[in-house]
Design a protein around this ligand. Structure first.
Ligand SMILES: CC(C)(COP(=O)(O)OP(=O)(O)OC[C@H]1O[C@@H](n2cnc3c(N)ncnc32)[C@H](O)[C@@H]1OP(=O)(O)O)[C@@H](O)C(=O)NCCC(=O)NCCS
Length: 145
């Protein structure tokens, strides 16, 4: 497996296939919410096996030393094999290299333990996003040094 970092115009084809399968088909997120204006501003990490994209995630620079990770998805047959962890690690390293001090994300409540394993901490209360319970999480990069 390899993980490549790409801008949206190069990531779109592979990332959208994975996101369509995971978010629209599996999690029933409305199709019109899946792609958004942040995709073209974000940097995307894509996991490939034998030339096929099987996982993805994106990093958005929010300015003032803050970054946001989102759209983390791994195709179901490839889960629990460390793919998501490698994508998340790549995005954290990328955020550090871009000078971010903190990374925020909106986690599905069920995915909180996945992000906690790499140091993210849940904050605040649970809210609805695209019909799914979510909670904000934050990673202070200064804590990793
Ligand atoms: C969340 C997701 C990206 C994780 O990807 P993955 O490739 O299965 O995760 P990994 O195999 O790299 O897991 C890394 C660690 O987190 C743990 N983990 C992963 N998902 C977990 C979950 N839902 N609950 C608890 N622990 C979890 C793994 O057991 C593993 O632990 P270990 O390092 O002690 O062995 C994947 O499950 C997915 O695509 N889910 C559907 C889409 C989704 O909900 N995305 C998140 C939106 S916020």
């Amino acid at each position: 497996m390899e993980i490549l970092i790409k801008p949206w115009n190069e990531a779109k084809a592979g990332a959208f296939l994975v996101r369509q399968e995971v978010f629209i088909h599996e999690q029933r997120v409305p199709a019109e919410l899946e792609l958004d204006e942040l995709d073209s501003l974000a940097t995307h990490a894509l996991a490939y096996i034998d030339g096929s994209c099987i996982g993805t995630g994106r990093l958005v620079d929010l300015g003032n030393g803050r970054a946001q990770i989102g759209r983390m998805a791994v195709l179901a047959p490839f889960r629990n094999q460390g793919v998501g962890k490698q994508i998340l690690e790549k995005l954290i390293t990328l955020a550090q290299s871009q000078g971010a001090n903190s990374i925020v994300l909106h986690s599905r409540v069920l995915a909180i333990p996945f992000y906690e394993k790499l140091g993210f901490q849940a904050q605040g209360s649970i809210y609805d996003e695209a019909g799914i319970p979510h909670r904000n999480m934050i990673l202070l990069l200064s804590n990793l040094i």
